[in-house]
Every structure is written in C-alpha cells, then in structure tokens.
Design a protein around this ligand. Structure first.
Ligand code: COD
Ligand code: ATP
Length: 207
C-alpha cells in the first residue's frame, strides 16, 4: 500500500494540548496505526545520523551528551530563544521527518491511520491528510499541563507557544475538534465517537 491510498487523519494541537493522550486512545482502544512526528524527530538525530553531526557543527559540543546523543533540553532552550536558529533546525529536520513519516504511514494496516504532529498546519503536512483533527484547550491549561509534565519554567512554554500557530489559526484548518479541558475519561469518550465516524468515512472511501 502507498501513502496515497491510505486514509490519513492529521491530529494536531499546540504544546501540551493532549495530542499524545488522544493518539494513545486511538491506538490502544481501536488499534489505529499512529505515526508521531515528534517521535520521528528523535529518530532522525540518533547517533550516527548525518543530521546529528550537522547540529553539533552548528551549535557546538554543548548540545551533545557524554554518550554522544543529542542533549534535547539544551537545544530546546537555545532554539526557542533564537528564532533564526529554530528555523535553521527546522529546515534541516523537517524533510527528514517527512521522509520517515511517509514511509511509516505506508505500512499502516488499520482502516485509517493517524499522523500526529504539533506543526501539521505550520509545516504544510496537513496536505498529506484527508481530514484535520484539532485537540483544542485554553492556553492557560496548555501551560499548566506542560510545566507539570516537563518540569520546565512557564517562560519556556510561552516561548514555544509563540513559535506555533495561534489557536484560532489552527481551528480554521480543523474538520473535527476535540475539546480537552476536562478529565481523561471525557477525552477518551470524544476519541471513541470520532473513531466510529472515521471508520464510516474510511470504509466508504474505499468503495
Ligand atoms: C528542540 C527539540 C530538540 C526539543 O526536544 P524535546 O525532546 O525537548 O521536545 P519534543 O521534540 O518532544 O517536542 C515537544 C513539543 O515542543 C513543540 N515543538 C517542537 N519543535 C517545535 C518547533 N520547531 N516549532 C514549534 N513547536 C515545536 C511541540 O509542541 C512538541 O510537541 C525538538 O523539539 C526538535 O528537534 N525540534 C525541531 C523539529 C521539529 O520541528 N519538531 C516538531 C515536530 S515536526
Ligand atoms: N484530559 C486531561 N486531563 C488531565 N491531564 C491531561 C489530559 N489530557 C492530557 N493530559 C496530560 O497533560 C500533559 C500533556 O498531554 P500530552 O502529552 O498528551 O500533550 P501533547 O499535545 O502530546 O504535548 P506536546 O506537544 O508537548 O508533545 C500530559 O502530562 C498528559 O498526561
């Protein structure tokens, strides 16, 4: 199967909105094949990959850990402080992430596949998808959940938010919306309903 005939749903949302939590429900409760761009962004900089050398050449050995792997916390602090450096990193990594993503999607055997990406709208990845699902939460909740999860200062989360599409812009691209401002049970309930809907769409599309 090639990615062109797989029914791909794009799942996006800002930092800490609940993309991973939603994707886990699609995968674990419904067996949906999930491809996560954040995970691919780790694969493309694994030791031995050319991109890791390019990053070390540009930012110095301070972005490497003792074992030679990428020190993501150091690079994160740097690139979200200096937008030009972030853009340099993106132009290096986005084509590589895209290649890994397309290859993985092509192996999907579930009725539809999920492409999870924080930058689905910003990077144009949504063009690979048949529908866009946005996980939407108020900014204050994004900040509260992310600082709790990552143990990082609020200013760093705000800097990352600044590098992402505004909530309104993301919602403009949405075909479907999950509102994740309640507990995990409420999130799962919305995922379960959407799954039924996507099954109808994806099986209908094959006929
Ligand atoms: C800066 C890096 C090293 C920080 O790594 P770290 O492990 O701390 O974070 P992780 O990769 O899990 O990302 C966490 C969240 O940060 C946000 N984020 C990451 N990169 C970006 C970016 N370029 N622009 C806006 N937000 C971003 C997203 O909400 C993402 O879900 C890493 O995020 C990275 O390599 N970013 C550049 C590649 C990229 O654009 N990735 C986004 C998915 S395509
Ligand atoms: N409905 C909810 N109730 C309580 N906690 C939640 C809920 N949804 C998500 N969380 C928690 O909030 C944090 C952020 O969620 P998650 O990691 O799924 O977001 P994300 O959109 O994948 O983030 P990122 O863009 O940073 O990768 C996690 O610690 C998660 O367990």
């Amino acid at each position: 199967m090639t990615s062109s005939n797989i029914f791909i749903i794009g799942l996006t949302g800002g930092i800490g909105s609940g993309k991973s939590a939603a994707a886990a429900r699609f995968a674990e409760a419904h067996g949906i094949h999930v491809v996560d761009a954040d995970i691919k962004s780790r694969v493309v900089v694994e030791p031995g990959r050319p991109a890791l050398h390019q990053i070390a050449d540009r930012f110095g050995d301070a972005v490497l850990q003792e074992d030679g792997s990428l020190n993501r916390a150091v690079l994160r602090e740097h690139v979200f402080q200096y937008p030009n450096e972030r853009r340099w990193l993106e132009q290096l990594l986005h084509p590589l992430i895209r290649e890994e993503t397309v290859n993985d999607l092509a192996s999907a055997e579930s009725p539809y596949a999920l492409l999870v990406s924080p930058l689905l709208v910003e990077s144009g990845q949504y063009q690979m998808t048949r529908r866009v699902l946005v996980v939407d939460v108020p900014e204050a909740l994004q900040i509260a959940r992310t600082t709790l999860r990552d143990k990082v200062p609020e200013e760093q989360v705000r800097a990352i938010l600044q590098a992402q599409a505004r909530r309104e812009e993301r919602l403009r691209h949405a075909d479907d919306v999950i509102t994740n401002d309640r507990d995990l049970a409420a999130l799962h309930h919305q995922v379960d309903q959407l799954h039924q809907f996507y099954l109808t769409l994806s099986t209908g599309a094959k006929q």
